[in-house]
Design a protein around this ligand. Sequence first.
Ligand code: FAD
Ligand code: NAD
Length: 477
Amino acid sequence: MTDKFDVIVIGAGPAGYVAAIRCAQLGLKTACIEKWLSKEGKPALGGTCLNVGCIPSKALLESSHYYEMSGSALSEHGVQVENPKLDLKKMLARKDKVVKDLTGGIEQLFKANKISWLQGHGKLLPNKQVSVTGQNGKSETYSAENIIIATGSVPIEIPATPFTDDLIVDSSGALEFSEVPERLAVIGGGVIGLELGSVWRRLGSKVVVLEAMESFLVVADQQIARESLRIFNKQGLDIHLGTRVTGSSVKKGKIEIEYKDKDGLHKDSFDKLIVAVGRRANTDNISDDETGLLLDERGLIHVDEQCRTNLPGVYAIGDVVRGPMLAHKGSEEGMMVAELIAGENSNVNYETIPSVIYTHPEISWVGKTEEELKASAVEYNVGTFPFAACGRARATGETAGMVKILADKQTDRVLGVHIVGAHSSEIIAQAVIAMEFGASAEDLALTVFAHPTLSESVHEAALSVHGRVLHTVQKKR
Ligand code: FAD
Ligand code: NAD
């Protein structure tokens, strides 16, 4: 036994590193175990999100959007760019630099907060002890009053399309293609499929998305999902719903895929395949059998509302526990658990966690979908407003999409806000704040929004809840 801490966090993704920083801020002697190695083989903090998730994907989404804009979209503004050229190597290098700067920033924050970074694989042992096994295979044991497990998630692999080195890849591989694939298949029309499918479509790939479900984006409000599907189809994303991939083979550097849909069996050939069918909790070798750490039926660590596991003094947060696999959800849980350990009151409002899909336009939502309200028999009013009727959207040329607000019929309280539209990842924050403060649709309708802004569409949708929309003719539902 070498050292004793108040808190040991296993995993330094957005759940774990935030928990560690908050613990240290609250005066707790804190260590964080992290085993991640960068592409260059250097130890790195930040987890999936900073290294191969949120950040590099958004860097490529931004760069690829500029590339696409430099074609036809800019010419609509009277800006002619002759033969825009893609420097993919530079684009990828920029993405890598963004990642390096941010992960380096977390390292600085650890130093500034005097958090001990224990490099290696952490494993929970009985009696609040943790072993750390370094790259050299040597293990050390540490103990702590409190342990926070934040080991995140990993991509799901399916038997029909086992990963290869560089042809059949997960989301991490899809951030690294050294050439734009001519024909790219994506299995899974969820968040990763749409975001990374969009990146490579913008850069020139012919992208085919094979989605198992009959409906598009089942987790989203279906009116917004249908509108989004229409927009993506128009952009050239070839999305096939109700498909099942039954097998694949690699021949002469190409991937042959067999899949079934309502019309029968199909075969197609692609240059690359991204498998994006979801992620699973990473509980691989994280706990000694003797600890008795309880997992639920889906393999997630079982926790209560405040992220306590079945073991006293052991908490679990982020992707490794129930709830949406989102960075900001994990970070909020990290702050909550740190504050609970320090003896403060804290909680996470799971009802107001926003979701965003960073396509163009972006899809963003918070709260209940219309389908969920129907299923729960809550009576509601609906207000909608199309961006095509918004002055600012006209000025920027980003008129696709709409805002939809669902409000309780009896109390008028906002129950859900759903947007497909440019920059909606920023606009949705207003809806989150409104819902956090228990606002009614009328509260939003009485609020003054600056003109001209895309956010005025939220105002108009709120007016529309009570049939008072100004800049379009209210449609009867
Ligand atoms: P992780 O970020 O997975 O971190 C877990 C860490 O624990 C890792 O660093 C791992 O090395 C370490 N670890 C695991 N086991 C051990 C062990 N035994 N010992 C030591 N260390 C260990 N979410 C969003 O909110 N917005 C987005 O835009 C977004 N984009 C994404 C894009 C992609 C391509 C992907 C794949 C994911 C994206 N996500 C996004 C999801 C987001 O990355 C995750 O929800 C988030 O990273 C989860 O945080 P976490 O801290 O729970 O786990
Ligand atoms: P997802 O759950 O969003 O989408 C997976 C899709 O694959 C679903 O539509 C599902 O129906 C489909 N699918 C499952 N099995 C299939 C099969 N055998 N054949 C065809 N389709 C199949 O998962 P993801 O896109 O892999 O993303 C993983 C997680 O990462 C998500 O939970 C998400 O929250 C997180 N993430 C978030 C963001 C963001 O916040 N912008 C971005 C990327 C990833």
